[in-house]
Design a protein around this ligand. Structure first.
Ligand SMILES: [Zn+2]
Length: 391
């Protein structure tokens, strides 16, 4: 049997090179893949171009809301986030982990050498204290193990925990740029091909969307064939969560073909995909819950989660600017904040319990309680060690 041709470059597939292609990006929680729709070289070009742009544009949101990828990989960590005085890594859930800018400082004072250590936690402080002790021991020609241990103890005995100003974290997110829209157009076109077949999509009626998908933004004379949509989503099955990702493609009774891409339920883009001579009144929809990527479904002919009439409104007269409600953004941000807070508390408690050595069924003693509350309190503060006259 002859394999179909790639819907983007028309080349015929090499059976040995066929790789599954995600319809909704893995980083957006997508799980469904298709084969023999886009060839591996187009797939790669997309992956390093528009798809990457779309994925990067939501990294901050994914980090903050701990949104895992479709394959179960953790939400991205954001490295080297800086505020005025401090540097942090942001762990999934938007949890700041301090990366002190100058963790270890030596100053020569009148009374001797001053060692100042800024650490993110006790373990980190101990490690730095050991390093400082070795360095000082060497400096003072007392390079034996006993002296190093003694210095380390001196430094450690000066340990103080102090409350630090919580970082003001701002997630700057630019969503729906030109290249991201190209990725969305590609996703909806792939989905459409899944319903109507590659041969249909290879017709000339779809040439202009192909051209848009490959267009370099800088040299583009082509306006994106898209329309931004800030309308609130109609209600649908709650298993997809309140902020679902939706990839939709369909045609109307005149054979005009459209794509629709809704990102985290927040904002949408309608895309003119082309026109068909044969395919009218069809629709296909992939809907997925970004908070639980295993809740997803592909709707083909059966009743659709979104009415086609809702997507195919009179777009000529719709402008998102009139829609000042932006409900979707508010809804998503509330949802992410709740999730991020829950995750923070969850992590803190489970870490404290595991460090305390408590096992299931064991009697909890006053020492356990004191350890756990100490652990939690210390986690909320920065550790500082400052030793004057270390030697
Ligand atoms: Zn191709």
């Amino acid at each position: 049997m002859r394999l179909p041709n790639c819907i983007l470059c028309r080349s015929s597939f090499d059976e040995s090179k066929v790789k599954p292609e995600h319809v909704l990006l893995n980083s957006l929680g997508g799980r469904m893949t298709v084969e023999n729709v886009i060839c591996s070289s187009c797939n790669q070009l997309m992956g390093n171009g528009p798809d990457e742009d779309l994925a990067k544009s939501v990294e901050g949101l994914r980090n903050y809301g701990n949104l895992k990828a479709g394959d179960g990989d953790d939400a991205p960590k954001i490295i080297g986030y800086r505020t005025k005085n401090q540097r942090f890594d942001l762990l999934p859930g938007g949890r700041p982990e301090i990366r002190p800018i100058r963790p270890l400082k030596f100053k020569e004072g009148e009374g001797g050498t001053v060692v100042e250590i800024n650490a993110s936690d006790d373990k980190h402080a101990d490690l730095l204290a050991h390093g400082a002790a070795k360095k000082l021991a060497k400096k003072f020609g007392r390079n034996d193990e006993v002296s190093v241990a003694d210095l380390r103890e001196q430094i450690n005995s000066a340990k103080r925990h102090s409350l630090m100003e919580p970082p003001e974290i701002q997630i700057r997110t630019e969503i729906g740029g030109y290249r991201s829209q190209q990725a969305m157009a590609k996703a909806t076109l792939v989905l459409w091909a899944k319903l109507v077949g590659n041969t249909e999509v290879l017709e000339r009626g779809y040439d202009s969307i192909r051209q848009f998908i490959w267009q370099q933004e800088s040299t583009s004379g082509i306006e994106a064939p898209t329309k931004f949509d800030a309308r609130p989503l109609p209600s649908f099955n709650e298993i997809y969560g309140s902020c679902p990702c939706i990839v939709w493609a369909g045609s109307d009774s005149k054979g005009r073909v459209f794509g629709y891409f809704r990102l985290y339920g927040m904002l949408g883009w309608r895309i003119d995909l082309g026109h068909s001579l044969d395919v009218i009144d069809r629709a296909i929809c992939l809907i997925s819950n970004p908070f639980n990527p295993s809740s997803w479904k592909l709707y083909t002919e059966e009743s659709q989660p979104l009415e086609s009439t809702w997507i195919l409104i009179d777009w000529d007269n719709y402008t998102a600017e009139n829609d000042t409600r932006l409900d979707g953004v508010t809804k998503l941000m509330c949802e992410l904040r709740t999730r991020s807070n829950e995750l923070f508390v969850d992590n803190l408690v489970s870490e404290a319990l595991s460090e305390s050595g408590l096992t299931v069924g064991q009697i909890i003693t006053a020492q356990h309680i004191s350890f756990i509350s100490n652990f939690i309190a210390k986690r909320l503060v920065i550790t500082r060690l400052q030793v004057e006259r270390a030697v």
